[in-house]
Design a protein around this ligand. Structure first.
Ligand code: DOR
Ligand code: ZN
Length: 356
């Protein structure tokens, strides 16, 4: 045994599908997956079946989450440009505004003209305080430059996957723009070469890239602000269908994969704390009422195990990392001093987590 203590980690990018698609996941199963993976705080995306674009919808979602969540959870708001009058109403409830500039699950995509309009209004409503999160891949990322320079609104680029994207972001950063970015474990640990074996379980947006892209991400880790799982569950039936939806699970595999990279000396424990705790808290302005380190994760650095679909807590029960060998395992998790995970068991009930 080689137990070390980490703060309860934060995953600022998950899709728990509740309400609307609870056959894929719900707040209880998703929050259990978070805890089993060492994450005690998560931020949930707005691309529900009915996208979260009004105060009423956001309040409804929060009400459902309150009854079900086992970990702490906060929410983002969504927009396709037709709900600007809602921004003032939700500014204190949402951690940020998520905008999609590429097609993906939920299909609420916007163009550049709308982007600028939305930026200006969100900037005004939140007085430049709550970030805008962008799904903007490759060339599309280039197209946001003008808006970023004009508004200087804090912007987080989600799931950077390629050399082209990261090069652009590094340039933005060097120009002094208020920009941050995240990378997913699947883009750090898988490439398009894994698609053959993973089949539909390796399909997501952005897609897996080349070895060369992957190496560029690792080499430039100092420019990457956070690791975000983009936990995006779909049922096995959907994934096995003729038109499988995009998205992979991640909450339970992020930390074991990162710990394995630590064992291989590709990463340090301090990197994990920076990428999965300090920076997400700072970027999304998460204020904890945690006192005396009572929310923590104990991991066993020496424990080797195989990631197996059947052992996952996520409702959809699959991972693109099924069969992978990991070194480093979540041993015990505490939230506000209460033990919520031990011996591979969740020890807490629906509704025991907090809305943050
Ligand atoms: O692969 C993805 N799945 N990418 C996204 O941006 C959305 C997500 C989902 O909600 O399924
Ligand atoms: Zn996502």
């Amino acid at each position: 045994m080689s137990i070390i203590k980490l703060p309860g980690l934060i995953d600022p990018h998950v899709h728990l599908r509740d309400p609307g698609q609870t056959e894929k996941e719900d707040f209880y199963t998703g929050s259990r997956a978070a805890i089993a993976g060492g994450f005690t705080t998560i931020l949930d995306m707005p691309n529900n079946k009915i996208p979260i674009t009004t105060l009423i919808l956001l309040k409804e979602k929060i009400k459902i989450a309150k009854q079900k969540t086992a970990c702490d959870i906060g929410f983002y708001f969504g927009s396709i440009g037709d709900n600007l009058e809602e921004f003032d109403k939700v500014k204190n409830l949402a951690y940020g505004l998520k905008l999609y500039l590429n097609q993906t699950t939920g299909g609420y995509i916007i163009n550049e003209k709308l982007l600028r309009k939305i930026y200006k209004e969100w900037n005004r409503a939140t007085r430049g305080k709550k970030p805008i999160l962008l799904h903007a891949e490759e060339d599309v990322l280039q197209s946001v430059e003008k808006t970023l320079k004009e508004t200087k609104h804090p912007t987080h680029i989600c799931h950077v996957s390629s050399k082209k994207e990261l090069t652009k972001i590094i340039q933005f950063k060097k120009e002094g723009l208020p920009i941050t970015c995240g990378v997913t474990p699947h883009h750090l640990f898988l490439t398009e070469d894994d698609l053959k074996k993973a089949g539909p379980y390796g399909l997501m947006k952005p897609s897996l890239k080349t070895k060369h892209d992957q190496e560029y991400l690792w080499k430039n880790l100092q420019f990457i602000d956070i690791v975000e799982s983009d936990h995006a569950p779909h049922t096995i039936d959907e994934k096995e269908s003729v038109k499988p939806p995009f998205g992979v699970t991640g909450l339970e595999t992020t930390l074991p994969l990162l710990l394995t990279a630590v064992a291989e000396k590709r990463l340090t424990i301090n990197d994990i704390i920076r990428l999965c705790y300090t920076n997400p808290a700072k970027i999304f302005n998460i204020k904890f009422d945690y006192s005396n380190n009572q929310t923590k994760v104990e991991v066993d650095l020496s424990r080797k195990y195989t990631i197996k679909n059947e052992n996952l807590f996520t409702k959809c029960k699959w991972s693109p990392f099924n069969g992978w060998k990991a070194k480093g395992k979540v041993d015990t998790v505490f939230i506000r001093g209460i033990k919520v995970f031990e011996n591979d068991r969740i020890l807490t009930n629906p509704g025991s987590g907090k809305i943050i």
